[in-house]
Design a protein around this ligand. Structure first.
Ligand code: G6P
Ligand code: MG
Length: 219
C-alpha cells in the first residue's frame, strides 16, 4: 500500500544546482577559495552550512563561526537574486503529470527538502499551494542523510513511514529515505543512487503502478 509520495525539491521538482554553483562560485572567487563543479555535485541535498564546510575542506582558509554565517548569508543573497528568474517553465519534465495523477488516485503529496528557500522556490514556480504537507530546512535540526525531514513530512501527512515513497536526486536523500524506513526512487544525473529501488533519468515515464511496486519490495 502506498499512501503518500514525498518529493525532494531541488533536482527533482526544479533544477537549482546551476544557481547554487554560480552563487558559491562568486563567493569562493571573492574569498580566493577553491571551488568547482565537481565539488558542487557533492552539495546536493546537503544543508547550506554543511555545504560551506565541504567547500572549506578544499581550502586552507580559516573562518570564525560568525564569519562562516556571514559567508553563507552572502551566498544566499546571490542565490536568491538568481531564484528571482525561476518560473513555472522551470518545473522539470513529468512533474506536473505525476502530481495530478497522484491527486486523482488520492495519494498524498509532500515536499521533503533541506532548503530554507523552499517556500520562495515553490512560490516562484507556482506550486505554493499544491502539496498536502511541506517539511523543509526551516523546520528541522538534522539535515539529510538524517531521516528527520522525511519523518516530519510523514507526520504532517498523518501517514506511516512504510506507506511513503521518496523521490530524490541526491545520495544523501536516498540514505535519509532508507533511514526513515521508506522506499526511494532516484532521479536525474546523479547516476550513483545507491540503494534506490528504482533509478530514472527524469519523472516523465514514471507511473503510479511502478511506485506501488517499488513500495512492495521488501528487503
Ligand atoms: C537542497 C540543495 C542543496 C542545498 C540545500 C540548502 O538540498 O540540494 O544543494 O545546499 O538545499 O539550500 P538553501 O536554499 O537552504 O541554501
Ligand atoms: Mg535534491
Amino acid at each position: 500500500k502506498i499512501s503518500a509520495v514525498i518529493f525532494d525539491l531541488d533536482g527533482v521538482i526544479v533544477s537549482t544546482d546551476e544557481f547554487h554553483y554560480q552563487a558559491w562560485k562568486q563567493i569562493s572567487d571573492q574569498e580566493k577559495m577553491y571551488f568547482n563543479r565537481e565539488i558542487n555535485e557533492r552539495l546536493r541535498g546537503v544543508s547550506r552550512m554543511e555545504s560551506l564546510e565541504i567547500i572549506l575542506s578544499h581550502s586552507d582558509k580559516n573562518y570564525s563561526e560568525k564569519d562562516k554565517q556571514l559567508l553563507a548569508q552572502r551566498k544566499n543573497e546571490v542565490y536568491c537574486a538568481l531564484l528571482n528568474k525561476l518560473s513555472p517553465n522551470d518545473i522539470l519534465p513529468g512533474v506536473i503529470n505525476l502530481l495530478l495523477s497522484l491527486k486523482a488516485r488520492d495519494i498524498k503529496i509532500a515536499i521533503g527538502s533541506s532548503s530554507k528557500n523552499t517556500p520562495f522556490i515553490l512560490e516562484q514556480i507556482g506550486l505554493a499551494f499544491s502539496f498536502n504537507a511541506i517539511a523543509d530546512g526551516n523546520s528541522i535540526t538534522n539535515s539529510k542523510p538524517d531521516p528527520e525531514v522525511f519523518l516530519l513530512a510523514a507526520e504532517k501527512l498523518g501517514v506511516a513511514p512504510e506507506e511513503c515513497v521518496v523521490i530524490e536526486d541526491a545520495q544523501a536523500g536516498i540514505d535519509a529515505a532508507i533511514a526513515a524506513g521508506m522506499k526511494a526512487v532516484g532521479v536525474g544525473t546523479a547516476a550513483s543512487c545507491v540503494n534506490a529501488q528504482l533509478t530514472l533519468k527524469d519523472l516523465s515515464n514514471l507511473n503510479i503502478d511502478q511506485l506501488i511496486e517499488v513500495n512492495e519490495i521488501r528487503s
